[in-house]
Design a protein around this ligand. Sequence first.
Ligand code: R5P
Length: 315
Amino acid sequence: MVVLSGSNSKPLAKQLAETLNWEHHSLETRRFPDTEGYIRIPSEVIDAVRKEPVVLVSNTFPDSGIVETLLMLEAINDVRTGNMENLKNIGPQELENVGPGVLLAIPYFGYSRQDKRFNPGEAISAKAIGNLLSSRCDGIIVFDIHEPKVLAGLSVPVAFTSAMPELALHLQKEVQPDFILSPDKGAIARASEVAETIDCQFSYLEKTRIDAHTIIHKAKDLDVDGKIVAIVDDMIATGGTICRAADALRSQGAVEVHAACSHGLFTGGAIARLVRYVDGVHSTSSLPNPRDVISGGPALARGVFELMDRLGLEL
Ligand code: R5P
């Protein structure tokens, strides 16, 4: 198998390739002056794309990532089906179709937040993007998606993978927490898995979101006096959820508070805000960010193997 990437996931694609000892190739990506994207499979990569099934690692965040992912899938499918026709008449114009074998690994599935229709007339964005991408690949691997249910019913199989095992080991080595906190009910499964893996206490908060920037937590007694606590969530965006949870922990005597997540979006000065509330911020490499200290390669590799198995693809 061959690992491919465009502009937004190269470091993680390399981590995946290293984890599996597979080849990695970068596709050419550029922007036209009007900001539209251009992608091309370099001539020297065409044989690699045709010789074995491929895993394209690409994020659907920010929006430009969706278009880039679609363009890369289009080019990969053309090359694998042998449609090489080009206006300059360079090389063979047609080749044998090498068959299915295009896997799409999406470390951070952008638009996963709108996974329901809260008000009439809204688009269920996660489903819309999922349908678009699944029309151009043979299977999808998604990494710590907020709500897996939203990708149910796509036309291709989806493997859900998680970086919680690696996140747990990182916290154990670097932070040695006594207590793991889930900042809301949605993160209970992930955070409790981390607590079990490293054998420490666990609890959760109940959160109400007022708007994108305002959240409140229900008061709760937590047994954190004198303890080192790590708050574990699937994603950190504005940092509001973590800052409020850190406040609750400090007021109950926690001596050290860390924030750990799969997806470090860190929007609008989130890191500057977070460092006023927590002693450390730890994220996986699903998105390039200044705190991507946990490799997402092993988690993606587990997803790739699961999908290969389901599709009957062999190495
Ligand atoms: C929501 O349920 C998610 O799990 C995160 O807690 C949330 O997206 C974090 O957002 P923010 O950092 O803006 O509070």
